[in-house]
Ligand binder design. Structure first.
Ligand code: GLA
Length: 382
């Protein structure tokens, strides 16, 4: 993204220029709603990111401007200074989490902007938290590593935004690497870079342009609570089970009838999805993209029918993918709107995009957006 506008705004508001930082949004090939269950995920950072220009201001407050919203905010850095504006809470939260780790954050001026589509399931909020965290850490020499920055981004969501998210989005935004997905074990935080350049295939995102807002309605948090209730029940007879990651389908069956039916079905999805990710990684090692694609369709089915985080628009795009012989397709990210991720044979890309987007527009009277996926680097100074 061209950062000229950010720089112009920064100097017009604050006189001098600051330092520019960026952190990306993400895709996730497979492994959805597994992170907060201690399972695996397979995300990659993308070439769409949040950007910030930042400079210490010698005051005891933050002066912030969100370029894309044309809004400003000013706030102190004590717990009671929590700003009212949604976007400002992300900046404030990161500062507070750093403060809890014993770092005093001096006042600063900041302008933020980005090209990660909001509410599209591409983690614009994690990108913002990571950009701000990375910037403050570098600017004020706070000595955090990337993993710690990711954890503080996640804590910001929990404590200042109200979404009890897992670690996937912030982790990949901080640690992503060009050309590679990351196979992350969300229980141990061990990870491995998995080079991803499927020969003859492309990854295409189609945005339903139906916005998902994970905080609103608390539907995301409810999924997490379902999983936690089931774990608590299983742990009564299997105390070693601390997360659904630790549980088998047989152990789940033992609590059938003892837990709420909806909680049961959701947990079944999670345990299956963790296994699906492992199967997908095996298939990737063999360049077996047909199997990868099949797993993606299975994930969609599970997210839609068992985990209930799809919506008619996403299901429609998934159907279109099947119709055009797309290798794999599914809802990506938290769900309730946003994008489908599609693994498409190169010679089918054009026909699929044309056919699916036209049909979608006809059906819903909404123009969907299409993005090519380019797997890029994580947080950095520009
Ligand atoms: C959101 C959350 C992640 C993860 C996904 C679903 O993106 O922020 O932690 O749970 O949903 O896989």
């Amino acid at each position: 993204m061209d950062t000229t506008k950010i720089q112009e705004k920064f100097s017009s508001l604050f006189g001098e220029s600051g330092v520019l930082y960026t952190s990306p949004g993400r895709i996730n090939l497979i492994g959805e709603h597994t992170d907060y269950n201690g399972g695996f995920v397979l995300p990659g950072a993308i070439d769409k990111a949040m950007y910030c220009e930042i400079k210490p201001n010698g005051l005891d407050k933050v002066r912030a401007f969100a370029l894309d919203l044309n809004e400003s905010a000013e706030f102190g850095l004590k717990e009671e200074d929590k700003p009212g504006k949604g976007w400002a809470k992300y900046i404030f939260g990161v500062c507070r989490e750093m403060n809890k780790k014993g770092r005093e954050i001096p006042g600063f001026d900041i302008v933020i902007s980005g090209d990660v589509p909001l509410g599209a399931g591409m983690s614009s909020s994690a990108a913002l938290e990571s950009a701000v965290g990375f910037a403050l850490n570098d600017l004020f020499n706070l000595g955090f590593n990337r993993q710690e920055l990711a954890l503080m981004g996640q804590a910001t969501e929990h404590n200042y935004v109200g979404v009890k998210c897992g670690i996937m989005d912030q982790f990949i935004s901080c640690l992503g690497k060009k050309g590679s997905l990351v196979r992350l074990d969300c229980r141990s935080l061990e990870y491995e870079y998995v080079p991803f350049a499927p020969k003859g295939y492309k990854l295409v995102l189609i945005n339903t342009c139906v916005e998902h807002n994970l905080a609103a309605g608390g539907e995301y948090n409810k999924r997490r609570e379902s999983c936690e209730r089931v774990v608590a029940e299983i742990a009564k007879t299997h105390p070693e089970v601390k997360l659904l990651r630790d549980a088998t389908l047989d152990q789940l069956k033992e609590v059938k009838g003892k837990v709420d039916e909806t909680d049961y079905i959701r947990s079944e999805f999670v345990i299956e999805e963790i296994q699906r990710l492992l199967d997908t990684c095996e298939a990737l090692q063999k360049d077996d993209y047909e199997t990868v694609g099949k797993k993606m369709y299975e994930t969609h089915e599970g997210l839609s029918k068992k985990y209930s985080v799809s919506c008619p628009e996403l299901d429609f795009l998934n159907e279109q993918a099947r119709k055009y012989g797309v290798t794999g397709s599914r809802v990506m990210g938290g769900g309730f709107g946003g994008c489908t991720i599609n693994l498409v044979k190169e010679d089918k890309v054009e026909e699929f995009i044309k056919g699916a987007t036209e049909a979608y527009e006809k059906e819903f009277n909404i123009k969907p957006k299409v993005y090519d996926v380019v797997i890029g680097d994580g947080a950095r100074k520009l």
